[in-house]
Design a protein around this ligand. Structure first.
Ligand code: HEC
Ligand code: HEC
Ligand code: HEC
Ligand code: HEC
Ligand code: HEC
Ligand code: HEC
Ligand code: HEC
Ligand code: HEC
Ligand code: HEC
Ligand code: HEC
Ligand code: HEC
Ligand code: HEC
Length: 349
């Protein structure tokens, strides 16, 4: 190959010159995020050989590849240059089967703040390189954990959560059915998301619960922001892992707290600290002025908002009239989901 014997720098200059000559800006002209990234302390020497060491040029007409336009899939891409049998690399991975893993779940392919292209956000024991706290030696090329299930492994150190999880009446069905599901949401090694989540928290929930908002025009503001403002991701005392039951959930924001929430300059704890709102999270928040211990006063001055079922009249609470997440046609999230409010009134009157 022409690359042999040419220094990385020369190749980089040549690539840039060629790109310009062809009337095409260099990759980093458009990808300024990567350009910024390359200012981090540890840069992968492979990047200095040129972006096309690993990527196809998607600017070339007819590039049919899909994002992120790699020349080869992982881990083959990386193992083309890194010998998985090399004793230094085996030792660096504590004998764990790294060669079949997605290398970029632990390494940044471009640059990173820490040696060996390791991102900063590392889970405690992984950051301390205590692989053996969680891993036994692999068998037949597969990892072997130090506990029977992932949940048992995690709970070994996270006792506080274990207590809460085991005493809660309502567990997320995902976890109740699969004791290895902790890793569906958390990367046990680390990630650049809070709580080492595998992706943005809301996107994570919507991967499995897309129907909550799919095709809906009006999305309730907290639902637009974060699912864990109302639901615990693991387990709770209340049905659907809600932080509070019945009207107390809705009134946690639409009750007496409303003005404080909007004007707070500090993180605001909701539901006894089970969730926290950042300052300025909400610009507006309607406060319901209820009377008679929160049983009367909405949507009309004398209307019941909390009433047990009576004769042929249904029980009344917020969810008798409102949907919690989103609607197609009702601005006010009404259960009838039609633009006309009267459709709702006629259900009972
Ligand atoms: C003229 C601007 C421009 C140039 C030059 C350019 N790109 Fe891009 N690149 C884009 C845009 C816009 C997208 C997003 C849309 C798409 O995928 O085509 C993109 C997408 C990508 C992605 C996928 C990003 C993702 O989210 O997964 C990669 C990887 C990429 N480019 C690499 C390169 C490399 C390597 C080069 C140089 C060979 C290059 N680009 C040159 C504009 C550019
Ligand atoms: C050693 C191989 C390698 C080299 C060299 C390389 N990349 Fe990448 N790049 C990758 C891999 C692998 C991914 C996918 C990472 C993932 O899936 O998390 C990626 C992802 C990307 C993305 C999309 C994700 C993001 O971080 O924004 C862009 C854009 C990109 N590369 C641009 C570039 C540019 C520009 C260069 C040259 C300066 C370059 N890459 C050099 C391997 C490489
Ligand atoms: C589970 C996380 C993880 C995965 C997956 C992983 N690595 Fe690593 N890698 C590490 C850690 C941790 C180190 C040691 C970092 C240190 O010394 O601080 C390391 C070190 C390295 C080193 C430096 C070796 C040396 O001589 O010091 C290379 C090269 C490397 N990894 C390549 C790869 C490749 C290629 C893949 C995919 C086939 C891969 N890694 C997959 C975590 C991982
Ligand atoms: C074109 C060849 C090439 C490819 C492809 C390549 N690397 Fe490298 N990589 C190198 C070279 C050269 C070095 C520096 C010498 C060394 O440490 O082996 C290096 C170093 C590293 C290091 C150690 C960096 C340090 O701080 O010492 C890690 C980790 C690494 N590569 C991971 C990867 C991962 C992950 C991929 C796939 C996304 C990959 N490499 C793909 C050539 C390559
Ligand atoms: C806190 C516990 C914990 C620590 C510490 C830990 N791991 Fe893991 N590791 C796991 C779990 C759990 C999985 C399985 C993840 C899954 O099911 O997706 C795993 C998976 C892996 C895999 C396979 C990944 C794949 O996608 O195939 C490798 C390789 C690995 N770990 C290497 C390491 C290395 C190397 C270290 C130390 C530097 C380490 N781990 C530290 C818990 C841990
Ligand atoms: C060997 C002990 C140990 C094991 C096993 C362990 N952790 Fe941790 N974990 C820690 C320590 C120590 C911290 C605090 C340091 C930090 O934030 O990284 C932590 C922090 C966390 C955090 C961030 C907490 C916060 O409030 O920011 C999450 C999330 C987490 N662990 C999830 C897990 C999951 C999921 C597992 C199982 C795959 C697991 N842990 C297994 C020791 C452990
Ligand atoms: C459905 C996705 C999901 C699953 C499954 C999941 N978590 Fe979490 N976890 C989260 C989210 C989201 C947060 C952040 C909550 C927040 O922002 O208030 C979190 C927070 C945490 C925290 C830090 C805060 C706390 O409550 O202590 C720990 C520790 C943790 N999870 C461990 C685990 C363990 C152990 C398991 C398996 C038994 C697990 N998680 C399963 C999504 C999940
Ligand atoms: C990997 C898929 C997956 C992810 C990710 C996930 N869930 Fe679930 N969730 C399920 C499954 C499966 C059920 C069982 C009922 C069903 O099929 O919808 C469920 C049920 C629920 C329920 C109904 C009560 C129950 O447990 O039956 C709530 C509420 C819920 N999830 C909230 C969340 C929230 C909030 C998140 C994000 C933190 C989340 N889920 C992420 C799979 C997932
Ligand atoms: C404002 C509080 C609130 C927020 C924020 C919220 N939910 Fe809910 N969610 C509820 C209530 C209340 C119920 C119970 C509805 C019922 O019992 O009829 C529920 C029920 C559920 C259920 C059970 C099935 C169903 O539709 O009744 C799932 C799944 C669910 N939510 C997922 C999510 C996801 C995913 C998000 C984030 C996109 C989210 N929730 C955000 C209040 C909320
Ligand atoms: C975490 C805080 C929070 C909780 C809990 C909450 N809301 Fe809201 N709600 C908001 C915010 C913020 C808005 C949008 C601002 C405004 O009032 O204009 C909103 C708006 C609304 C609206 C007006 C329609 C719209 O989307 O603008 C209705 C109706 C509503 N909420 C009902 C409920 C019901 C019913 C519950 C309980 C299931 C509930 N809310 C729980 C914060 C919350
Ligand atoms: C009997 C049916 C009914 C019940 C019960 C009900 N609502 Fe409403 N709500 C409505 C109707 C109808 C509207 C639209 C009012 C309008 O357009 O003037 C509305 C509007 C709202 C609004 C936005 C407009 C405003 O008033 O600022 C919020 C917020 C709201 N409701 C919250 C709640 C909460 C919280 C509960 C439980 C404590 C609740 N609602 C119970 C019927 C109901
Ligand atoms: C879930 C059933 C239900 C719905 C839906 C409902 N109501 Fe009522 N409404 C009641 C009950 C129960 C009372 C208390 C008196 C009674 O027992 O008949 C009441 C009382 C009233 C009263 C007399 C008290 C007062 O406020 O002066 C009016 C007027 C009224 N409703 C109007 C409406 C309107 C307008 C709507 C639509 C926005 C509506 N209601 C929706 C059940 C309902």
């Amino acid at each position: 190959m022409w690359r042999i014997g040419v220094s990385g720098l020369t190749v980089a200059l040549w690539t840039a010159a060629y790109a310009q000559q062809a009337g095409e800006p260099a990759c980093v002209t458009c990808h300024s995020g990567i350009k910024q990234k390359l200012e981090e302390p540890v840069v992968h020497p492979a990047v200095e050989l040129g972006c096309d060491t690993c990527h196809l040029n998607h600017r070339e007409p007819g590039t049919a590849a899909s994002k992120p336009y790699l020349n080869d899939k992982e881990p083959d891409l990386c193992l083309g240059c890194h010998d998985a049998e090399d004793s230094a690399i085996v030792t660096a991975h504590h004998g764990q089967p790294f060669q079949t893993a997605r290398c970029t779940s632990c390494h940044d392919p471009h640059a990173a703040p820490l040696p060996k292209l390791i991102p900063e956000e590392q889970h405690g024991p992984y950051g301390a390189r205590q692989c053996e706290a969680c891993h036994r030696p692999p068998s037949d090329g597969a990892i072997k954990l130090t506990a029977e299930t992932t949940a048992a492994l995690c709970f070994g150190c996270h006792q506080e959560l274990k207590k809460r999880f085991e005493s809660a009446a309502h567990r997320h069905s995902l976890l109740a059915a699969d004791a290895n599901a902790c890793a569906d949401c958390h990367d046990p090694h680390g990630s650049n998301q809070p709580y080492y989540l595998v992706k943005d928290g809301r996107e994570l929930c919507l991967d499995c619960h897309g129907e909550v908002v799919a095709g809906k025009k009006y999305v309730h503001e907290p639902v637009r922001q974060s699912c864990v403002l109302c639901h615990d991701p693991h387990a709770e005392a209340n049905d659907k892992q809600l932080y509070a039951a019945g009207n107390d959930l809705c009134l946690g924001c639409h009750g007496d707290n409303a003005a404080k929430i909007v004007h707070t300059s500090k993180p605001f704890p909701l539901f006894g600290g089970r969730a926290t709102l950042g300052p300025g999270a909400f610009e507006n928040l309607s406060m319901l002025l209820l009377r008679e211990n929160g049983t009367l006063g909405h949507p009309l001055a004398m209307h019941p908002v909390k009433k047990p079922a009576e004769g042929n009249k249904p029980e009344i609470d917020c969810l008798t009239c409102h949907l919690p997440h989103a609607t197609k046609a009702s601005r006010d999230l009404l259960v009838t989901d039609t633009p006309k409010t009267s459709d709702l009134c006629l259900k009972c009157h």
